[in-house]
Design a protein around this ligand. Structure first.
Ligand code: PLP
Length: 499
């Protein structure tokens, strides 16, 4: 299987090259030249497989230049019972007759980014070996919270890599900050940047595009790389869990092989829901893909009208990982439904860059309407849904997952479609304990309490154990106290690398 770019169809690279390079030179994203298919019999066979065996069954169709041994190695290093605190890796929780939560947050950082970032470092280092690259990989990340910690956990102590994470000094939650500054590992660095997320992000971009600094790095046998969500190596592992959820539902006699399900995804960058779209295209029996947004509802409008317009107010919400106005993975979807029209994609992305908006043609609109339903919900409705879900079902969900639940409830009441539905549950409620506790019991519940008191209260209220990785933060040493200005970020990287 070769890969092409969404802005240059003629390009043909191996999956190892696509993963190593991340972004294509002309700015496009790498996509497989065709989408492999999986038969009903093969889906049926997955019912008796472990998560790791299912992962192999899917990944081998896309990463054809990786040997069986290489892939099995990557998979077994990523998905372990120790790291995920459950042998199932991504278990399905039945809420009621039509809603099933796919719990994607059992990994070391308690959010779904672990599903991809635990395996990406292994796919990446294997790609380096396969392409005879001898430089050490330096991963630079600017984070608004979830990605930084998930990348640190994924890359920690992975031979041939070092990782440096920058977070905005006043832009992350207390628990996210604690997760990062206590990070262990021989190859990790963390620094706070004075300013907001954009300052940190722009600082990292500047380092990436500084030609003379990159040649200094090269002379020291270092190569910069990023772990962001446009890398094919982050997307492909996400396809696996939709097959896995379906197989678990067949195994649990909730559906029969071949029955259609709906899938709901709380969406930001469009990565997770794109993986569900690819799963459907491969043959997973999915009827509707339901795209849920928070008040930053640029995707809701796009799916309903065909016009993408990022020129709008930006909201800071209680589901911060979806506070996004440019959904970069949408480009891969547009490429697919335009019958791989790279010229058109190039022009749409140029319009987005220059005017902040574009409109797709009527053929594409019709395809989108057929595949998707889209809706959004504000913070107030999100909090009410967290409370109602606890009161009705005794099950506590995080704000991102609650957005998905609200949109699906509205979908049912609008359409009457009660098809059994997988709702991607993207974070543990413990990770967003403050918002969850306010939703459950009002502001008094959290007043004057520190993070660890909040974890205890939430555990009591939900009847769920505190995830070990969060509980243990209390006893961890605070290793990284460095705070820098954005002009100093390059120097911080040099100090980290001893050059
Ligand atoms: C990143 C994230 C999302 C959004 O996923 P995309 O793939 O960017 O659409 C949703 N929920 C949580 C908790 C996340 O961390």
């Amino acid at each position: 299987m070769q890969y092409q770019s969404t802005r240059n169809k003629k390009l043909s690279v191996s999956s190892a090259q696509a993963i190593k390079t991340g972004l294509s030179a002309e700015g496009g994203l790498f996509v497989p030249e065709s989408i492999p298919s999986v038969s009903t019999a093969e889906i049926d066979a997955m019912t008796s497989m472990s998560y790791n065996e299912r992962a192999y069954a899917i990944l081998k169709r896309f990463l054809t230049d990786y040997s069986e041994e290489e892939l099995l190695n990557c998979i077994s290093n990523a998905y372990t019972k120790e790291k995920f605190e459950t042998a199932n890796i991504a278990p399905v929780y039945k809420l009621n007759g039509s809603q099933y939560f796919l719990e994607l947050w059992h990994g070391p950082t308690c959010a779904f980014k672990d599903m991809a970032l635990q395996i990406l470092p292994h796919l990446l280092t294997t790609a380096m070996k396969k392409t005879n690259e001898t430089d050490e990989l330096i991963i630079l990340v600017a984070t608004s919270g979830d990605t930084g910690k998930a990348a640190l956990e994924g890359f920690k102590d992975v031979a041939g890599t070092r990782i440096m994470v920058f977070y905005p000094s006043d832009g992350v939650s207390e628990i996210q900050k604690l997760q990062m500054i206590t990070q262990e590992g021989s190859n990790v660095g963390v620094a706070a940047v004075n300013g907001n997320f954009d300052d940190a992000q722009n600082g990292v971009k500047k380092i990436f595009t500084d030609v003379s600094y990159n040649s200094v790095l090269e002379n020291n046998n270092f190569k910069l790389s990023s772990a962001n969500s446009i890398n094919w190596g982050r997307l492909v592992p996400q396809i696996v869990y939709y097959f896995s959820a379906y197989a678990d539902m067949v195994k649990g006699n909730e559906i029969k092989t071949g029955d259609k399900i709906n899938v709901v995804v709380p969406t930001g960058n469009f990565g997770n829901i794109l993986a569900a779209y690819y799963a459907k295209k491969m043959g997973l029996p999915v009827a509707k893909l339901i795209c849920a947004s928070n008040s930053n509802n640029v995707l809701t409008d796009f799916i309903n009208t065909g016009v993408y317009n990022k020129n709008r107010k930006f909201y800071t919400t209680i589901s911060p990982s979806m506070d996004i106005l440019i959904s970069s993975n949408l480009e891969r979807f547009l490429y697919d439904i335009s019958d791989r029209d790279d010229t058109l994609i190039e022009s749409l992305m140029k319009q987005l860059n220059e005017k902040g908006s574009y409109e797709v043609n009527s053929t594409m609109k019709a395809k989108i309407a057929d595949l998707f339903y889209a809706g959004y919900c504000d913070d107030d409705k999100t909090r009410k849904a967290i409370k109602a879900c606890k009161e009705e079902f005794g099950y506590v969900i995080d704000p991102h997952t609650a957005v998905a639940k609200v949109v699906h409830d509205e979908y049912i009441s609008k359409t009457g479609d009660i098809t059994k539905t997988v709702i991607a549950s993207t974070a543990s409620p413990f990770k967003f304990n403050q918002s969850v506790l306010i939703a459950l019991g009002g502001c008094e519940t959290v007043a004057g309490k520190d993070e660890f008191a909040l974890l205890d209260i939430l555990s009591e209220k939900s009847g769920m154990p505190i995830p070990y990785s969060l509980a243990e933060l209390k006893n961890k040493n605070r290793i990284f106290d460095l705070v820098c200005d954005k002009e100093q970020m390059q120097q911080v990287v040099s100090d980290f690398l001893n050059i």
